[in-house]
Design a protein around this ligand. Structure first.
Ligand code: NAP
Length: 332
């Protein structure tokens, strides 16, 4: 009988053996996320929670789970977790930054190139028997070499996306609350501008910010209207950064040329959603980090975070390090 109990909200692509050495581990083995009431019961009965972005970890749950010593999320984004409450209660929250940066940047580029050269449209065109001849004006797209790439949020993934753009001699503009170092700007040949300028100047706009109150619906009608009508919009960050009705209007009225998104609001997107009728939109089902090696590293990192949290050690990758400065922690 172990001292600790941990609930893991899905089967993971990594061994749980290191965790099982110190804790009794229960894994939710269904393909769908655990229902909220069950998750609540498990959180209350557990010392550690290893969760995914599909699990809402809200204030009521955290407040009721008086034995909970750590929440460890297998993702870099943590907008499904009430961080303020967790911090207030002295519960460290772990995440998995860095290990998924390249995989997500690669997927961003896969979408970018597919949209620029109309790969998905071309595939549908071919399969539906419309390919009758070589057409000098058929399925024309955008040349990326020499084009301007606007990166909204030049963090880990935004930077990796910009590095890949150097191979295409693209001009890089970016927005970020904090300026990046002159060395990084020089390496990327990147210039920090206001969002309005980025939208007006860019041939491709790629979003790489976290979802937060300041980025919720950052993209609405006004932002799409500020973009070039030939522009391509890419979102591999979080769906709610974009107003989906505004995206639909922008694509259907020709305010922008095309979009490619890996994330939607809500997720999963309903098959009846009008966005899915648009030819100039590519959608993938939130697979930014979905490579074999990356998902394994993410799971290992999440396991390491939960183990550290149970032992009362500092999490290797902690979202809310303020917990280590709070007296409330000692009071628990
Ligand atoms: P990160 O290193 O923290 O980078 C985020 C960047 O966004 C930071 O540079 C930050 O600027 C900037 N930012 C914050 N608020 C902004 C705003 N209002 N306007 C412009 N920029 C803003 O995070 P990351 O590792 O690159 O990950 C970014 C996000 O990608 C995650 O939060 C997650 O939601 C998403 N993601 C999705 C997938 C997927 O499967 N599709 C996979 C991984 C990650 P400062 O540096 O100035 O603070």
């Amino acid at each position: 009988m172990h001292q600790y109990k941990v609930f893991v909200t899905r089967q993971l692509p990594a061994s749980l053996a290191p965790l099982e050495q110190i804790a009794e581990v229960e894994v939710w083995t269904e393909p769908q996320p655990p229902p909220h009431t069950l998750l609540m019961e498990q959180a209350i009965a557990s010392d550690g929670l290893l969760c995914l972005l599909t699990d809402p970890i809200d204030s009521a749950m955290l407040s009721s789970a008086t034995d909970l010593k750590v929440v460890s999320q297998m993702a870099v984004g943590y907008d499904n977790i009430d961080i303020e409450t967790a911090t207030h209660l002295g519960i460290p929250v772990g995440h998995t930054p860095g290990v998924l940066t390249n995989a997500t940047a690669d997927l961003t580029w896969a979408l970018l190139m597919a949209a620029a050269r109309r790969v998905v449209e071309g595939d549908r065109f071919t399969r539906s028997g419309q390919w009758n001849t070589w057409d000098p004006a058929g399925l024309l797209g955008l040349d990326l070499v020499g084009a301007t790439l606007g990166i909204v949020g030049l963090g880990r993934i935004g930077t990796a996306v910009a590095r890949r753009a150097l191979g295409f001699d693209m001009h890089i503009l970016y927005t970020s609350p904090n300026p990046k170092s002159p060395e990084l700007e020089q390496e990327l040949k990147a210039r920090r501008v206001k969002l309005e300028e980025l939208l007006a100047e860019s041939d491709v706009v790629a979003v790489h910010t976290p979802l937060s109150p300041s980025t919720y619906h950052l993209f609405g009608d006004r932002q799409f209207q500020q973009m070039k009508s030939s522009a391509i919009f890419i979102n591999t960050a979080r769906g709610s950064i974009v107003d989906p009705a505004a995206l639909h209007r922008a694509l259907s009225t020709g305010a922008i040329a095309a979009a490619a998104i890996d994330v939607t609001d809500p997720e999963p997107i309903e098959v009846t959603n009008p966005l899915l009728t648009l030819k100039n939109l590519i959608i993938t089902p939130h697979i930014g980090s979905a490579s074999h090696a990356t998902r394994k590293k993410m799971a290992q990192m999440a396991i390491a975070n939960v183990i550290a949290g149970l032992k009362g050690e500092r999490l290797p990758h902690c979202v809310n390090p303020d917990v280590y400065r709070q007296s409330v922690r000692e009071e628990r």
